[in-house]
Design a protein around this ligand. Structure first.
Ligand SMILES: Cc1cc2nc3c(=O)[nH]c(=O)nc-3n(C[C@H](O)[C@H](O)[C@H](O)COP(=O)(O)OP(=O)(O)OC[C@H]3O[C@@H](n4cnc5c(N)ncnc54)[C@H](O)[C@@H]3O)c2cc1C
Length: 407
């Protein structure tokens, strides 16, 4: 039996989850919003922005129950979630469920990528937001996607010496993209204005990282030329991958982009909705409107949901252009060397992984993807490098205490 039950449970308190919880609560439903972080806000807001504060206040006013530090790791029975909290565990029952579990960064393995201070771009930003002293540190930002600019700007504003941004996409594609979306062009220009003096090198990417105890320099390539940049941190990410594990565990079908949903964001499992980057990477505005639609629909307010379809369609066009523009170039498949670790949890090298025929064989023969991160890091890399997709998801979908598994 569930310890607590709600009409609507929202997993994830990023922009999509916050919007969904508020809209679902507007018609008097009992709504709970869970997130494994101590504060609501998700990856972009992390509880500390005006926009987040507005949604958080609205959720409080509407009586949404906020359950902090709650990690959903299993769905042991129909309409029930197993949740690990800071100090204990519980089961939460739901009438409708909204999955707003967001996305994570894609890492690609290259020689030296496991050295201390080689980090995810969003990861370094998150650490800096949590107090990592970054002032005066030399940082190279590299990989692909608009997140690189946002991270570089944040780090520079907080005193980091951002040496350069290496974007693997060609310049012509980036220019075409920003010219097509005037509002985004304004945002991009504002970001660039805050990065005066920081080179933004297109068709450029890191090929290796060097250092004895920790990172000392990174080697980059551009137009067939390679050179080294001395730095203290490499903030590196090659786009985002939707977090679909919980949805797959619940039996939801996937699309090419993430969790498959219908017009009102309902998944293939009745009563289970999905919103935001778990359904495909598309940025803040798309996450918000998808969250609103899912919340309205779960709250029984379908007219309001339908009224937002046109707005969502416009944001989806942006998401599609984003995906096309920042598609990873095939040369990046040449980044790992035979002895480069692909699975850093289980120390599995590239030559061992590529000798296998599929994920299953790689798991059985090498333990690739079998460590504590359960393939969250190497899975995205292997998907790009070899075109393999994980075949199944088993609980726990996130690491959990043994005691939690026993409940
Ligand atoms: C590391 C990172 C940093 C980013 N930084 C920026 C930035 O600076 N600027 C920018 O414009 N965009 C940034 N983005 C992109 C931004 O997150 C998206 O554009 C958008 O805001 C996503 O909103 P969302 O609500 O779909 O997901 P998110 O904001 O990712 O929220 C999902 C939430 O669900 C929680 N969650 C997931 N699974 C579970 C579970 N099983 N149990 C409990 N909780 C769970 C996560 O911890 C997270 O808080 C970043 C993305 C990432 C991955």
């Amino acid at each position: 039996m569930a310890d607590r039950a709600f009409d609507v449970v929202v997993v994830g308190a990023g922009p999509a989850g916050l919007a969904a919880a508020c809209r679902a609560a507007e018609r008097g439903k009992r709504v709970a919003m869970l997130d494994d972080n101590p504060l609501p806000g998700g990856q972009i807001w992390r509880g500390a922005s005006q926009e987040a504060a507005g949604w958080i206040r609205r959720a409080q006013r509407l009586g949404v129950e906020w359950i902090a530090g709650a990690r959903v790791f299993d769905a042991p029975e129909p309409q029930q979630l197993a949740v690990e909290m800071f100090a204990d565990e519980c089961r939460i029952g739901y009438g409708s469920l909204i999955l707003a579990t967001g996305a994570r960064e894609r890492f690609l393995p290259f020689p030296g990528w496991t050295l201390p201070n080689v980090m995810g771009a969003g990861g370094l930003q998150a650490l800096a937001k949590s107090g990592l002293p970054i002032a005066g540190k030399r940082v190279v930002v590299g990989g692909s996607g608009p997140l690189l600019l946002a991270v570089a700007r944040y780090l520079k504003t907080h005193g980091a010496d951002v040496r350069l941004i290496a974007e693997q996409t060609p310049q012509a594609a980036v220019v075409r993209f920003v010219m097509r979306f005037p509002r985004k062009l304004a945002q991009a220009l504002a970001l660039r204005a805050g990065l005066l003096g920081v080179p933004y090198l297109t068709s450029c990417w890191p090929v290796s990282a060097q250092g004895r105890e920790k990172l000392e320099s990174v080697t980059l390539t551009r137009d067939g030329r390679a050179w080294s940049e001395a730095c203290d941190y490499l903030a590196c990410g090659f786009g985002l991958i939707p977090n679909v594990e919980l949805a797959v565990l619940l039996g939801c079908r996937l699309s090419a982009n993430g969790v498959a949903v219908d017009g009102v964001q309902e998944t293939s499992v009745k009563g289970v909705f999905a919103a935001g980057e778990t359904t495909g990477v598309g940025g803040l505005d798309l996450s918000l409107v998808e969250g609103e639609i899912a919340g309205y629909a779960a709250g029984g307010n379908t007219d309001r949901a339908t009224a937002l379809f046109a707005t969502r369609a416009a944001h989806r066009r942006f998401a599609q252009a984003l995906e096309r523009t920042f598609a990873l170039r095939p040369e990046l498949r040449g980044l790992p060397q035979p002895s480069t670790f692909v699975c850093r949890c289980e120390d599995v090298t590239w030559d061992r992984v590529r000798a296998c025929r599929n994920w299953r064989e790689a798991k059985l023969h090498t333990r690739c993807g079998m460590g504590p991160c359960q393939g969250r890091i190497c899975g995205g890399a292997v998907e790009f490098l070899l075109g393999w997709h994980a075949e199944s998801v088993r609980p726990p979908v996130l690491p959990a205490r043994v005691r939690a598994l026993e409940q």
